[in-house]
Design a protein around this ligand. Structure first.
Ligand code: NAD
Length: 491
């Protein structure tokens, strides 16, 4: 399918969505969205300020009661229509993501499927809001629980999965009956803008979803979070920003969901099927150019198989083709911006200075885009930055261990606790290591585990709350308990 980029961009709204209307920013200010593969400007968008953000919250609050009274079936039908529309528009969504974020087109199609699945899943969950009913132990009350929408929500999304991170929040909020102010990342707002238009086309009530992209994130989040009408903030992004938002959330005791950074260990035991481990490593490391919170950050490999694993992994990595994700055959796109490219280069330099060897890659790619060559580093010290910080790029550092206890200790030696991966053919070891790992997500002999039906989320400084699965909708509801007097229960 060849996409006419100009015609595609003309379909994407460039203003703010407030109360069902696309309108200009109060200040008249704008910001540019760039293609990271070329440095070219793709579009110029209206930039929301505090006044716009509060207007978006006003709109969300104005329809909250009406929206909460719609039936689960009505909300389910809207989500189902949205799923069908996103699927119909898959070529447009995929191209938009590749253009603004850089991922190879085939991966962008993968994200369209993944992102659309949240709409379908929560269209199904919307009508499955089970409560509990039980007698009080003393027999004096019949006790019933039910769930109510939590109320107006602020949703803040990152740039790395521009569609899926939005649908993973918007779909359960719609299913639960919440209204929203969505603030997409300023680096990749086009997909969210087109998705919001798609939700309107699917029949969403005006004012339920308001979208305010802008140059200054805090100019948008601060007044909205300070407003006592807001009930919840759901954030996906870095841990430092998550901490700032948690502090701000304390003032109004807001409900919070925090999907933060990761530093995933990928442990390969001596009894692993190494070919399977290399295949898993390619998915866990190279998906999304390594720019995923679930990306394998540290390869922790048993010393007896480390050389063989490294050679096989490096051979596969060398087959990747770096370039503009829109081009045929490209399997590794650019990093999101110059700052990200500089950071990855600095991490590799630091590792090499501390004794690491570059097996493959190790430098910036050619061209105007922010390319970095897929890289494998061996002999990496656990003190190097690359082992301690989120890499967010196509760099795979390999560390070694000599026994199971050391592998677990190394894996847990991080403030993060999102994804982890373990490769072993020994099922007893699998459970034992699973007990020892402090991570919210674990892949056993599997390198890609994100799925709409799974409760996604971290522990430690990777955050709190779960998205997807049966748990995802609960994050947008408040539990109400009703105690009904039992007329037959004595005085
Ligand atoms: P980021 O924290 O810089 O930005 C995320 C969002 O927060 C953006 O919309 C940004 O504009 C906004 N933001 C930035 N500063 C803000 C402030 N002071 N107040 C309010 N909002 C603010 O993160 P990023 O660079 O966009 O995304 C990469 C990070 O996201 C990585 O750490 C990655 O691990 C994490 N991530 C986590 C998950 C997960 O589910 N756990 C998923 C994807 C990405």
């Amino acid at each position: 399918m060849t996409i006419n980029v100009e015609q595609l961009l003309a379909k994407v709204p460039t203003s703010l969505l407030i109360n069902g209307q696309w309108r200009d920013a109060a200040s008249g200010e704008t910001f540019d969205v760039e293609n990271p593969a070329t440095g070219e400007v793709l579009a110029t968008l209206a930039s929301a300020n505090s006044e716009d953000a509060v207007a978006a919250l006003d709109a969300a609050c104005a329809v909250q009661d009406e929206w909460a009274r719609t039936t689960p079936r009505e909300r389910s039908n809207i989500l189902r229509r949205a799923f069908e529309l996103v699927t119909e528009r898959k070529d447009e969504f995929a191209a938009l993501m590749t253009l603004e974020m850089g991922k190879p087109l085939a991966e962008a199609y993968g994200e369209v499927t993944y992102g659309a699945e949240y709409l379908r899943w929560f269209s199904e969950e919307a009508v499955r809001d089970y409560g509990r009913s039980l007698p009080a132990p003393e027999g004096t009350l019949q006790m019933v629980t039910r769930r109510k929408p939590v109320g107006p929500c602020l949703l803040i999304t990152p740039w790395n999965f521009p569609l899926a991170m939005a649908t993973r929040k918007v779909a359960p909020a719609v299913a639960a009956g919440c209204t929203m102010v969505l603030k997409p990342a300023k680096l990749t707002p086009l997909t969210a803008q087109y998705f919001a238009q798609t939700m309107i086309d699917a029949g969403l009530l005006e004012g339920v979803l308001n979208v305010v992209a802008g140059k200054s994130a805090s100019a948008i989040s601060e007044p909205v979070m300070a407003d006592s009408r807001l009930r919840k903030v759901s954030f996906t992004g870095s841990t430092p920003v998550g901490k700032t938002l948690l502090k701000a959330a304390a003032d109004n005791v807001l409900r919070t969901s925090m999907e933060l950074g990761g530093n995933a260990p990928f442990i390969v035991f001596e009894d692993a099927d190494l070919d399977q481990a290399v295949e898993g490593a390619m998915g866990a490391k190279m998906r999304n150019i390594g720019e995923a919170c679930t990306a394998a950050n540290r390869f922790i490999v048993h010393e007896s198989v480390a050389d063989e694993f490294a050679q096989k992994f490096a051979a596969k990595i060398s087959e990747l083709k770096v370039g503009n994700g829109m081009d045929e055959g490209v399997t590794c796109g650019p990093l999101i911006e110059k700052k990200a490219q500089d950071n990855v280069a600095a991490l590799v330099e630091d590792a090499v200075a501390k004794g690491a060897k570059v097996l493959v890659g190790g430098s910036r790619g050619e061209g105007a885009g922010y390319f970095y060559e897929p890289t494998v580093l061996t002999n990496v010290s656990r003190e190097s930055r690359v082992a301690q910080e989120e890499i967010f790029g196509p760099v795979a550092p390999i560390l070694t261990f000599s026994d199971e206890a050391e592998a677990i200790e190394l894996a847990n030696d991080t403030e993060y606790g999102l994804a982890s991966y373990v490769f072993t053919e020994n099922s007893d070891r699998m459970w034992r290591v699973g007990d020892g790992l402090e991570f919210g997500l674990m892949g056993f002999n599997a390198g890609v585990i994100s799925n709409v039906a799974a409760p996604f989320g971290g522990v430690k400084q990777s955050g709190m709350g779960r998205e997807g699965g049966a748990e995802g909708i609960e994050e947008y509801t408040s539990l109400q308990y009703i105690g009904v007097r039992n007329p037959y229960a004595g005085a």
